[in-house]
Design a protein around this ligand. Structure first.
Ligand code: F6P
Length: 328
């Protein structure tokens, strides 16, 4: 019979994402609901090793559901990758009386949690928090929906000036090495072309597509480029390449960058975070460990952490077909 959980630690790690605060709030409130204690761990594994903790009650997490970023801060920790670092963390958690962990982050965060569990048999539960949506075992990671809306709004603004000046814009978006953000915002913002790592369009086909757009009477164009795209040229080199090969185009570049990670979380992300926090805490209370909480067919479901870390999120082929048709 597993030990009764009395005090749960919650932390955020890796790239921050809108919705992380809503998840922290949900973990704290679910603990309070069940009469168990909750402790916030600052700066991910870095703060865990230093014992940088703060007691969280149902009241201390008020007013954060609508805030982007993470009140517990985030950090990437090299030291936690070492056995000594993990021993420091284990001692700090023990000293505080923390007997289970909810880690909110991406695959790197979960890998650390898995190793920690294997070394110390410490109960861990993962909540996927990253705008990239690149984690196996969930249709949505926290922050993804918010980022899609943030980026579509930004591209709508870029289109205003593109059409005013009859320009072609290359817009680079985040997503690390997957194209979920680029593909969805490309369709949502009506981009003339979308470059994603999962599909190598090739330079010639890009020029053909732009020539087709021009011939069809389009005076301005938007090409959305995933930062992990593999066409072999970055957005600035693409600008030069198109200007050299298609003098009829005046080309500009916009790299959206870290603003894609900010902003108030969407209602979808707030609700998802709340659902995931409840499931994470109640699963730990039931004696479960080494799972990631995910959304599958709109149901909250558990995926073994090992599979979440090793699995690959697949690009939606139906969306690729839709984008091909929409760019006719
Ligand atoms: O993983 C989220 C993410 O925003 C990626 O889309 C991006 O490539 C990366 O983080 C940027 O990392 P950093 O914040 O360390 O520059």
């Amino acid at each position: 019979m597993s030990k009764k959980i009395k005090k749960i630690g919650v932390m955020t790690s890796g790239g921050d994402a809108p919705g992380m605060n809503a998840a922290i709030r949900s973990v704290a409130r679910t603990c309070a609901f069940h009469g168990i204690e909750c402790v916030g761990i600052y700066r991910g594994y870095e703060g865990m090793m230093e014992g940088d903790f703060k007691d969280l009650s149902a009241r201390t997490v008020k007013g954060i559901i609508n805030k982007g970023g993470t009140v517990l801060k985030s950090a990437r920790s090299q030291e936690f990758r070492t056995k000594d670092g993990r021993e420091k963390a284990y001692k700090a958690l023990n000293a505080k009386g923390i007997d289970a962990l909810v880690t909110i982050g991406g695959d790197g965060t979960f890998t650390g949690a898995l190793i920690f569990n294997q070394e110390y048999n410490f109960p861990v539960m993962g909540i996927p928090g990253t705008i990239d949506n690149d984690i196996f075992g969930t249709s949505h990671t926290l922050g993804y929906d918010t980022a899609l809306n943030t980026v579509v709004e930004s591209i709508d603004k870029i289109r205003d000036t593109a059409s005013s000046h009859n320009r072609l814009f290359f817009v680079e978006v985040m997503g690390r090495d997957v194209g979920h953000i680029a593909l969805n915002v490309g369709i949502g913002a009506g981009a003339e072309e979308i470059l994603i790592p999962e599909e190598d369009l090739g330079l010639e086909r890009l020029l053909e597509s732009l020539r087709r757009s021009k011939k069809s009477g389009k005076s301005s164009s938007i090409v959305v480029v995933a930062e992990g795209d593999k066409i072999g040229k970055n957005v600035f080199e693409l600008k030069d390449y198109v200007e050299e090969n298609m003098t009829e185009y005046e080309v500009r570049v916009s790299v959206l960058g870290h603003m894609q990670r900010g902003g108030a979380p969407s209602c979808f992300d707030r609700v998802l975070a709340s659902r995931m926090g409840v499931k994470a805490v109640e699963s730990l209370m039931e004696g479960q460990s080494n799972f990631m909480v995910g959304l599958l067919n709109d149901k909250i479901a558990l995926t073994p952490l090992e599979k979440a870390v090793k699995g690959k999120s697949q690009i939606n082929k139906e969306l690729i077909r839709v984008s091909d048709i929409m760019t006719t």
